[in-house]
Design a binder for this molecule. Structure first.
Ligand code: AHG
Ligand code: MN
Ligand code: MN
Ligand code: MN
Length: 336
């Protein structure tokens, strides 16, 4: 894989077409379209302080959150790019109440659907902190030639054919998997291309970082409280006390932990029994990536990728990261 370093995303996708179990050219084109939309969103994110794109729109999304201008902008960019791709018959987004179907012959013939969190880390937009986009691609199960249906989107995460994210950070990266390892591409602004910079990412089995919003400590169940205590105890062998790191943009917290080793937890709380994060738009794509990198993702009971979604905007607790660390949390949950 090292020989591919520096290769552009498009070149890489074409060379690796044999990764795809299904008709290859289509998925390749689709991934390229996602890359283009990401570059457009990146351009707006980069100049956000200079143009009128910061702040709230004044609307509330179906999750009950105030939509930021960039949430809405990114959502419409991805709708636009995916509609134009001709490979996708519909999209489900954190920002849209219902599935978005693309009503033209080309799109209705599309084999794929996309679930997306167009802009992750809304609360960090206005303060110049890393944000992201999270996406996953499934093969439709409804009949081709017709509109996409909700059942196309309610598939288990293990059915993903591709999943990944873009991080708009100190540099912009696109990281994705098609089920044969994880690769990361850094945007080279001088040529406007994502180039392979992180080939075959493997996450460490153990790390020394824990990421959880401890402000909600009193609302956590006992097992999570005990685990937090565990992270703070001193033990050389397990590199404790762990470092606490919490950006508040899932993509950024996840990306750091993926590369360095660590655990991210957004558990159930007394106010939110299913946690906050969305199964389709956040948990599933990152679970696919982490597993492909050698890590784990669970909801506190089951593997995230085995969950059968009942609802587009379903939430789930998420415990994700280095295998030994996720297993340790599981021990606390089982022994509570
Ligand atoms: P989004 O901006 O897409 O709505 O996602 C927000 C998420 C996620 O990015 C982050 O990890 C989490 O919300 C933070 O929530 P808390 O402020 O409750 O910790
Ligand atoms: Mn949101
Ligand atoms: Mn999000
Ligand atoms: Mn979002």
């Amino acid at each position: 894989m090292k020989e591919y370093l520096g290769m552009t995303l498009n070149e890489f996708i074409i060379r690796r077409q044999s990764d795809f179990k299904y008709a290859t050219g289509e998925l390749s084109r689709l991934l390229s379209h996602i890359g283009v939309a990401a570059k457009i969103v990146n351009r707006e994110v980069n100049k956000a302080g200079l143009v009128d794109i910061l702040g709230e729109v004044g609307t509330v999304n179906t999750q009950g959150e105030a939509q930021q201008k960039l949430d809405v902008y990114a959502d419409s960019q991805f709708i636009h790019a995916l509609r134009a791709s001709g490979e996708v018959c519909g999209m489900a987004s954190e920002e849209d109440d219902n599935i978005v179907t693309f009503d033209n012959v080309l799109a209705n013939d599309g084999k794929y659907i996309v679930c997306i969190d167009p802009l992750d880390g809304s609360s960090n937009i206005d303060v110049n902190v890393s944000i992201g986009t999270i996406f996953s691609i499934y093969r439709r199960i409804s009949e081709r030639g017709h509109k996409a249906e909700e059942k196309d989107f309610l598939q288990e995460g293990l059915k993903q054919v591709a999943g990944g994210y873009v991080i708009y950070g100190s540099s912009t990266m696109l990281v994705y998997t098609t089920g044969r390892g994880v690769n990361g591409f850094t945007l080279d602004p001088s040529i406007g291309e994502f180039c392979l910079s992180h080939a075959d990412i493997r996450t460490p089995e153990s790390g020394a970082i824990y990421s959880i919003n401890e402000g909600y400590y009193l609302k956590f169940e006992d097992a999570i409280k005990k685990y937090i205590k565990y992270t703070q105890e001193v033990d050389k062998q397990t590199k404790r006390p762990y470092k606490a790191r919490y950006i508040g943009s899932l993509v950024a917290d996840f990306h750091r932990n993926l590369l360095k080793g660590g655990i991210y937890i957004y558990p159930a709380t007394a106010d939110a029994p299913n946690g906050k994060l969305r199964l389709l738009y956040e948990a599933n794509p990152l679970a696919f990536v982490v597993e492909q990198a050698g890590g784990m993702a669970i909801n506190g009971k089951d593997r995230i990728l085995d969950m059968k979604p009942q609802d587009l905007h379903q939430r789930t607790p998420l415990i994700i990261g280095s295998t030994n660390m996720v297993n340790k949390v599981m021990e606390f949950i089982e022994n509570k």
